[in-house]
Design a protein around this ligand. Structure first.
Ligand code: SER
Length: 312
């Protein structure tokens, strides 16, 4: 039986590291990277690559057949800040790409799907601290609306058609290999680069804005652990809450200052503040522990060590 993996959106912040990790684990030629543009040299040189638009069903169907794909990771999406500027384009990309892979699974052309959800599924009426798995959601951003609708469709395709789709509500992700693009939690990556290059950073969120965050190694490990779990353990087919740490920009700056003593942070909140204000401060991820044994390894201090070491 064929066992190849397709990553759609392989050149993005998560896709790059996911592709490299899966290639290390399953072999370079087993993991087909795809995106609408080419990615980093490291990624492009590590194995096969297909240029594809995730909203083009026929093109995806052909790639799946040609490469004997069994599992798809759909990482292509327009993130929260960009989606506010281009609502219809965001809806088109985020929803149609998901329908494409769900329908490939419904037609039995692939057998397993991973699709990322986000803390953006929550909104201003959601309990802010230790946000439960099941609670009021009411997202108020274009991106959040697309992620919440996506979760509903994933659960629907699982219940109605037996599609094996699995998902995580990622917190803000901090990584050094590939920059994030167009998100609200991007400040927590930019700040490390600016700390090293300029010893100063102007933050687009207020100093006391607490958001849930996670180091990329934890996020990739969570994704693989979820995908490798026995199907009977996966009781949630919308998306699992997932957590590692919560902090605000001032606490992050302090953690950087313990390495770069003359680091200075300023605050100039912009449109992204309203997006951040609508999201939870911390997340209850006990279901992920219960169902598939999730436990985070990186706290803020460890994340700062890794970020500063690897960027410089
Ligand atoms: N990190 C994403 C963003 O800020 C949320 O999933 O848009």
């Amino acid at each position: 039986m064929q066992k190849n993996i397709l990553i759609i959106g392989a050149c993005g912040q998560i896709g790059t590291e996911l592709t490299l990790t899966l290639r290390k684990k399953y072999g370079n030629n087993t993991v087909i990277a795809s995106d609408i543009r080419e990615g980093s040299e490291n990624l492009m040189n590590s194995g096969p690559f297909e240029l594809v638009d995730a909203t083009d069903f026929d093109a995806l169907e052909e790639i799946v057949a040609y490469n004997e794909i069994d599992t798809i990771y759909l990482m292509a999406a327009m993130l929260s800040a960009t989606a506010e500027k281009f609502p219809m384009r965001a809806w088109n990309l985020n929803m149609n790409s998901l329908f494409n892979v769900l329908n490939l699974a419904r037609q039995k052309k692939v057998s397993k799907i991973f699709w990322p959800s986000s803390i953006a599924v929550f909104g201003p009426n959601t309990p802010k601290n230790n946000t439960p798995q099941h609670t009021i959601m009411e997202p108020s951003t274009v991106y959040g609306i697309s992620k919440q609708s996506g979760e509903r469709w994933c659960e629907y395709y699982h219940n109605k058609f037996g599609v094996d789709v699995r998902s995580i509500r990622y917190p803000g992700l901090i990584s050094w290999k590939t920059m994030p693009g167009g998100g609200t939690t991007d400040y927590a990556v930019e700040i490390y680069h600016k700390a090293l290059s300029d010893k100063a950073y102007t933050c687009f969120l207020k100093e006391d804005t607490v958001l849930p965050m996670m180091f990329m190694d934890d996020a990739i490990r969570a994704t693989l652990e979820l995908m490798e779990s026995d199907a009977k353990n996966i009781k949630i087919r919308s998306a699992y809450n997932l957590a590692a740490m919560s902090f605000n920009p001032s606490e992050l700056a302090e953690s950087i200052s313990s390495h770069i003593t003359d680091f200075k942070i300023n605050y100039a909140p912009d449109d992204r503040q309203a997006i951040a204000d609508s999201w939870p401060s911390s997340i209850d991820d006990s279901k992920a522990l219960e169902d598939w044994g999730w436990k985070a390894e990186f706290d803020l201090a460890k994340t700062t060590d890794e970020m500063l070491k690897n960027i410089s």
